[in-house]
Structure formats: structure tokens, C-alpha cells
Design a protein around this ligand. Structure first.
Ligand SMILES: Nc1ncnc2c1ncn2[C@@H]1O[C@H](COP(=O)(O)OP(=O)(O)OP(=O)(O)O)[C@@H](O)[C@H]1O
Ligand SMILES: [Mg+2]
Length: 355
């Protein structure tokens, strides 16, 4: 008779436990997952609230579009438009560079770009003849968006440039040289958005010579059209003498307050003068748009669900050639048509939006 030796249960189990390191006294090796990166969380929230996952990507332009946001009138929404349009394009997949040509540095503030005197920026490019490459910074919180800041040093450039050779073509030359560098490092730029100061001096001239297109923000108020003929005249002169390819490709109505009788009247008048050029999207006057820069953010980051953020997103898509119809989107509760015929402003929903 033969006996089969069956080892005791413990003899089988013990070696297994030993290899897994779970013997009494061992500390569990599982570690808690690292806390999510706040920037990633903020970006995901923005993408979700803007409904970007449901949108098809923007059509890529055939070649980089160089756009000057210009109007010699002060406070009409040039900077607000430059930064929010740029953010709207970048968040929808375009590669965008913002150039701050205004010594006030407002676009740099809104994009949270360092711009203390001495920071490499537009001044070094225009006056120092430095390559643009050393002045380009990544915009925090928005992938695919880069910026070149302006410091107060730039205020002196108007005078310092007077004695320089080819003074009105310096930004154009620097930008054209830079495009290939950007393409090699980060992929081809789709848009360069240049924020102009409120004047038609050498800084704006540099922007208009560098650009292929002009986007004119017009504040929807009584004097909206005043000064526009002067700007049109300047553009015509630049076309004739310095930049034959320059075109006015858009007029964007800003600070549209649909609660007033005046806003729709002004909008109608502007549209009747320039039927082809006025964007269907008008930007509502909202507190959120004006608050965002004080947090170093675009309104798309600051309050993605607000009417101002959605309007700039729609304007970006329209400008890129793929208009959004927000009224047809059943997934969003806060529908407000974006045409100037519809009242917009600080709606109660905007006030309660989570910030
Ligand atoms: N849609 C809007 N709703 C509410 N406030 C707005 C809106 N757009 C712009 N503003 C505010 O209006 C003011 C002027 O806007 P912005 O700085 O963009 O104009 P600008 O044309 O760039 O001015 P400047 O000529 O001084 O460069 C700012 O305080 C800005 O926050
Ligand atoms: Mg400005």
C-alpha cells in the first residue's frame, strides 16, 4: 500500500504569501493616485462647459492667417477680442500666436504673460532687431496658444523707430522669419493675431504691414462708425504703398447690449454699410468679459459657460469659416442666440454661473 503525501494547507499557502509580500507586518504597497493637476482639471472643465467635445475641429487655413485687430478708437474691445478670439481658435484646435503691439500690455495681462520691463518682447524685436523666437512664450492654461508680450518699453518705440531703416516693415520681417521656426518646433501656426494700440502710429503701421487681414472691433454704440472711414483710408493707403495684399476681412460688433433700443439700430446700420464683412456673431456686454483680465485669464477660462465666452467661441468658429449655430445644440441649457437681434447682456444665468 502506498501513501500519497499531501502537504498541510499552510505549507502551500505560505510560499505564495511570501512572494506577494503580504505577510503580517508588511505595509501595503498600493499608493494613492497622485492628486489631479489643477491646470488639467481647469482645462477639462473649460472644454466640457464650452461643449468643445461635440464640435468638429476648425478647418485649417491653407496658410497661416496674419490678422491685425485694429481700430484707432480707444476702448472698443480690440484687446478683449484679440485674446478671446485667439483662445477660441486655440481651444478648437488651431495653433495661434498673439502679438501684443500695445505698450499698455493689456493683452499680455489677459494672457498672464510676464511683461515687466526687461522681459523679452515686441520692443526687442522692433527696436533691437532681435529674432521673434526669443520673445515667444507659451500661454498658461491654453494649449496651442503662444504670445509675445509688450512692456511699457514699447511706448518709446514710436519715437525710436523713426530713425530706423524699413521701420514700418520690421514686424513683418520678424514674423515671416519666425513662422518656419514655429512649424519645426510645434507644428504650423494657423493664426497670428496682432493686438494694435488705439492710434494709427508706427506700431499700428507695423501691424498692418505685417498682417494679411484686418479685423475691426466696433463697439455697438452711437459713435460706432465715427473714425471708421479714417481707418479704412489708412488701410487703403497701406494697400497702395506698403502691403498690397492687406484686406479687411471682418467687423465684429462688441459690447452689444440687447436691452437697449440703440444697440440693434447701430448693428443694423453697420450691417447695411458693410453687409459682407460684419460677423453674424455679436459679442454681448457682460460683466464676466470685463472681469476676466484681472485674473490673468480669457473669459473662456474664467467663465466658460457665460454668454461672453460662448459668443467669442462662436466668433472664432465663424472667423475660421465654420460657423456654429448654438441655438441647435440640445445639450446646453443656457441657449441664447448670438445674432444682434436677440437681447443679450448680463442675464441672471450669467450671474449664477460657477466661476
Ligand atoms: N463684451 C464686453 N462686455 C463688457 N466689457 C467689455 C467687453 N469688451 C470689452 N470690455 C471692457 O471694455 C474695456 C475696453 O476693452 P478693451 O481693452 O478690449 O478695448 P481696446 O479697444 O483694446 O482699448 P484700447 O484702445 O485702450 O487698447 C475694458 O475694460 C474691457 O474689459
Ligand atoms: Mg487694447
Amino acid at each position: 500500500m502506498s501513501w500519497e503525501v499531501v502537504p498541510p494547507l499552510g505549507a502551500c499557502v505560505a510560499p505564495v504569501l511570501a512572494t506577494t509580500g503580504s505577510q503580517a507586518g508588511d505595509v501595503p504597497r498600493e499608493t494613492a493616485p497622485p492628486p489631479p493637476d489643477p491646470a488639467t482639471v481647469a482645462r477639462e472643465r473649460m472644454v466640457r462647459m464650452l461643449g468643445l467635445r461635440d464640435q468638429p475641429p476648425l478647418p485649417a487655413p491653407e496658410h497661416p492667417r496674419l490678422v491685425a485687430v485694429a481700430n484707432q478708437k480707444g476702448g472698443v474691445g480690440k484687446t478683449t477680442t484679440a485674446v478671446n478670439l485667439a483662445a477660441g481658435l486655440a481651444l478648437q484646435g488651431s495653433r495661434v500666436l498673439v502679438v501684443d503691439m500695445d505698450p499698455q500690455g493689456n493683452a499680455s495681462t489677459a494672457l498672464d504673460l510676464p511683461h515687466e520691463p526687461g522681459t523679452p518682447g515686441v520692443y526687442d524685436v522692433l527696436v533691437g532687431g532681435e529674432p521673434l523666437d526669443g520673445a515667444v512664450q507659451e500661454v498658461p492654461g491654453i494649449p496651442l496658444l503662444w504670445g509675445i508680450s509688450a512692456s511699457v518699453d514699447l511706448a518709446g518705440a514710436e519715437i525710436e523707430l523713426v530713425s530706423q531703416v524699413a521701420r514700418e516693415g520690421r514686424l513683418r520681417k520678424a514674423l515671416r522669419e519666425y513662422l518656419a521656426t514655429h512649424e519645426k518646433r510645434h507644428g504650423r501656426l494657423d493664426y497670428v493675431i496682432i493686438d494694435c494700440p488705439p492710434s494709427l502710429g508706427l506700431l499700428t503701421l507695423n501691424a498692418l504691414v505685417a498682417a494679411d487681414e484686418v479685423l475691426i472691433p466696433l463697439q455697438t454704440e452711437y459713435y460706432a462708425l465715427e473714425g471708421l472711414s479714417h481707418l479704412m483710408g489708412t488701410v487703403a493707403l497701406i494697400q497702395e504703398h506698403l502691403n498690397p495684399g492687406l484686406r479687411i476681412t471682418g467687423i465684429l460688433l462688441t459690447m452689444y447690449d440687447g436691452r437697449t433700443k440703440l444697440a440693434p439700430q447701430v448693428a443694423d446700420e453697420v450691417r447695411s454699410h458693410f453687409p459682407e464683412r460684419v460677423l453674424d456673431t455679436a459679442i454681448p456686454r457682460t460683466v464676466r468679459v470685463s472681469e476676466a483680465p484681472s485674473y490673468g485669464q480669457t473669459v473662456l477660462q474664467y467663465d466658460p459657460a457665460s454668454p461672453g465666452a460662448r459668443a467669442y467661441l462662436a466668433a472664432a468658429r465663424e472667423f475660421a469659416g465654420g460657423a456654429i449655430d448654438l441655438t441647435d445644440d440640445p445639450g446646453r441649457e443656457d441657449q441664447t442666440p448670438l445674432s444682434p437681434g436677440s437681447p443679450q447682456g448680463d442675464t441672471p444665468r450669467a450671474e449664477t454661473a460657477d466661476v
